[in-house]
Design a protein around this ligand. Structure first.
Ligand code: BGC
Length: 729
């Protein structure tokens, strides 16, 4: 359809029909206009695959078997690969399955920055650095949208905590907003050409993000030229007039009173009662309908042949397995315990509830009804085959204490109740506390029993692997963690294991950093695996037994404790009715690095079974006329070890004499380089002028100061290999 035909369609729609298109008429879809061939617009969560189907007007499960599908690695796992090709492959699978499941928009990806390690939804996000997140989200969005479906980049913006997520008012400087919190969204929109953006629940500067004039009209539409659909988070709309005027196109909610949504009958009533200028209102409604029709048109929903999609293709499992492999981050291998040699391990002890736990169905709206999920226990069995005896001991007792979604109300998903989390009566809260105490007593009793069994079994095993960490009782929507401690008494268990077996391999399956200080000094071998999707357990076993060389790098700093975190030291977390981002631009390594704060493991860090060296850094200002700001960076990477592997070369930029306060250095480019044993490759990267800019609050735009900058070639935020100065005119 061309533009005129779309305008023709709009002119034929009645006001009621237009309103039906701009709000949910089912929990995940709008109403179509059959007489004009406009179908309903169908959405589905989410970032880890296409979520199960619900009834149209209740959160009850449909209860049929057709919606088991692929469980993808979480965005944190994906970001840990630092591999853009895998982001693209993951996007292609997500888009194909979205279409295959008959949906038009997938409510993904999620790219809020990891401001604090305690945010419950960190696992859905891409870490703490805007450059890494922006670089990874673009191919992901492109991959999704190749399939005649729309992505929906969320949650725009500043949804960096779950505590009071529905109404917390974020106070952030314009500079931090522009430099830290918006770039991944901007890249997804401008470079990835995302057709959907979801407004966040929280407020920015007093106004809810789902109808925030500044974010939606001024930045997203006017500055970035976004022409797609702005959809609300479910229940994120609070005012009819603001929703009409401030850039929102589609209102969705968790309740089934569809006609009472702000953009439904209440809007019609306002127009009929003359409480709003009819002409202005119609023009605004037409604009929303135009955005929706344009997207429908681009997805071939109005005419032409539409891609049918498919899901659960067996070929796709290879890409999902590869992402899971490359996401594993080897944090410590002091005594070269890893890789294990399968021939020498006749008896393997696996300890830890997470080894035997399927995680896909948790976390909130990112839950997946997985076609299958290979747990670590299953993965080790599959990889080792019949020649190794695998003994499994839970080691600690997981009693699901923290699962707020499971503990909530009577709805099947807990999602409808999630909007009421702050309003529970004292009586309900007390009853829950009582239950919690009883569970905790049981936990202690069981922990002791399980610990003894594990310690006993550890004594004669050829190798001991502990697989613990977090679960979606903690990495979850709707709730932040209270601290970074490992739950279920794992610290005590790990310490006891290390006493009898100092060679215990500690694997942490987490979506966020955890505090390892109770035992990390005694552990020689630590590995981080994430919610890595349906092939995660298999990939982990391949890494541990050396079939795959680990190449993941942390997409976020692991601070020693949450007390070290800049949001706590310089800012506020979780705040109250409002939260002040007093740390400003100093989030993640920008803080630890600049303020010289010791970390457990730095941003960008990860080990390999081989050794790569980087050298020969050369920098060349490209001739772009007089005001050249493009810089070419070249260097060599050599694999000097005896097995193939990868290095993630990281280029940071530092201003030598900053005129304003700046971070000690900032990541501006990276490349994952794969090398055979003995191989050397030359890498060439280009930095454009955005690598040298900062946001100037006074002139309200990005600015470059002339002068000297350092270009740092690094293996992590704490391991700089070479530095070269460059002068910008
Ligand atoms: C979440 C969104 C999700 C939506 C629909 C909300 O609670 O914040 O990320 O897409 O529900 O399930």
């Amino acid at each position: 359809m061309n533009k005129d035909q779309i305008e023709g369609l709009i002119s034929e729609l009645t006001l009621q029909e237009k309103l039906d298109m701009v709000h949910g008429n089912e929990l995940f879809a709008t109403k179509g206009v059959e007489r004009l061939g406009i179908p309903p617009f169908r959405t589905s969560d989410g970032p880890m695959g296409v979520r199960r189907d619900f009834q149209t007007d209740s959160w009850a499960n449909i209860g049929l078997s057709y919606d088991y599908d692929s469980y993808l690695p979480s965005n944190t796992a994906l970001a840990a690969t630092w591999n853009r090709d895998l982001a693209y492959e993951t996007g292609k699978i997500l888009g194909k399955e979205t279409r295959g499941r008959g949906k038009d928009m997938i409510l993904a990806p999620s790219v809020n920055m990891m401001r604090t390690p305690l945010c419950g939804r960190n696992f859905e996000y891409m870490g703490e650095d805007p450059c890494l997140a922006a670089e990874m989200v673009v191919p992901l969005v492109k991959g999704i949208e190749e399939n005649d479906v729309s992505s929906c980049v969320k949650h725009f913006a500043l949804n960096n905590q779950e505590t009071r997520r529905l109404d917390v008012d974020v106070e952030v400087s314009e500079r931090a907003l522009r430099e830290i919190y918006l770039p991944a969204f901007e890249a997804a929109v401008k470079k990835g050409k995302a057709k959907g953006v979801m407004g966040a629940y929280n407020k920015l500067r007093g106004s809810h993000c789902c109808h925030n004039d500044y974010l939606l009209n001024q930045i997203l539409r006017e500055e970035w030229g976004f022409e797609g659909i702005v959809i609300s988070d479910w229940g994120g709309v609070h005012d009819t007039e603001e929703a009409l005027m401030n850039g929102l196109d589609m209102e969705m909610s968790v309740m089934n009173n569809f006609n009472e949504y702000f953009l439904a009958d209440p809007l019609m009533k306002m127009i009929e009662e003359g409480k709003i200028d009819r002409e202005i209102a119609i023009a605004k409604i037409d604009e929303k309908v135009r955005h929706i029709l344009n997207v429908m048109n681009a997805l071939h929903m109005l005419d032409g042949e539409r891609y049918a999609g498919t899901y659960n293709d067996y070929q796709d499992k290879a890409a999902l397995r590869q992402t899971a492999r490359e996401s594993v981050v080897l944090l410590k291998n002091d005594n070269h315990v890893l890789p294990l040699d399968a021939k020498k391990v006749k008896k393997l002890l696996l300890v830890g509830d997470n080894a035997n736990r399927q995680q896909a169905s948790g976390g909130g709206s990112a839950e997946i009804k997985a076609l299958y999920e290979i747990t670590p226990l299953m993965g080790f069995h599959m990889v080792l085959g019949g020649n190794t005896e695998i003994v499994y001991k839970p080691g600690y007792y997981n009693n699901d204490v923290g699962n707020i979604w499971a503990n909530m109300g009577d709805s099947e998903s807990g999602q409808a109740d999630s909007l009421n989390q702050d309003k529970e009566s004292t009586a309900v809260k007390e009853a829950q506390e009582e239950k919690k105490r009883a569970r905790q007593a049981l936990q202690e009793e069981m922990n002791e029993k399980y610990r003894k069994e594990a310690i006993e079994a550890a004594k004669d095993a050829d190798a001991v692997i502990f697989v613990g960490g977090l679960t979606h009782d903690f990495d979850t929507e709707g709730q932040d963690r209270a601290d970074m401690k490992l739950p279920y008494g794992q610290d005590a268990l790990i310490a006891s294991l290390l006493e009898v077996r100092p060679d215990t391999i500690v694997v942490l399956q987490v979506g966020s950093p955890v505090d390892m200080s109770a035992w990390s000094h005694r552990a020689s071998t630590i590995c981080c695996s994430w919610y890595a999707g349906m092939e995660g357990g298999y990939a982990l076993a391949e890494v541990i037994f050396g079939k795959v060389n680990p190449s993941g790098r942390l997409p976020e700093t692991f601070p020693i404790t949450e007390q070290d975190c800049p949001a706590v030291v310089l800012g506020e977390f979780p705040g109250g009715a409002s939260v002040k981002y007093g740390e400003d631009i100093f989030i993640g390594y920008r803080y630890y690095d600049t303020y010289d704060v010791k970390t457990a493991f730095p941003f960008g860090y990860g080990l390999s079974y081989t050794e790569c060296v980087m050298s020969g850094l050369a920098v060349n200002v490209l001739e772009d006329g007089e005001q050249s700001k493009r810089v070419e960076v070249t260097f060599n990477v050599s694999n000097i070890g005896d097995r193939s592997g990868a290095e993630v070369a990281q280029i940071y930029v530092a201003d030598k004499l900053p005129k304003v306060k700046k971070a000690a250095k900032e990541l501006k480019a990276f490349e994952k380089v794969f090398l055979e044993a003995g191989e050397t490759k030359q890498v060439r990267l280009e930095l454009d002028e955005s690598a040298f800019t900062y946001y100037d609050e006074e002139s309200r735009c990005f600015k470059i100061d002339a002068g000297y900058y350092m270009i740092l070639l690094a293996k992590s935020a704490e391991e700089v290999v070479e530095v070269v100065d460059v002068k910008l005119a």
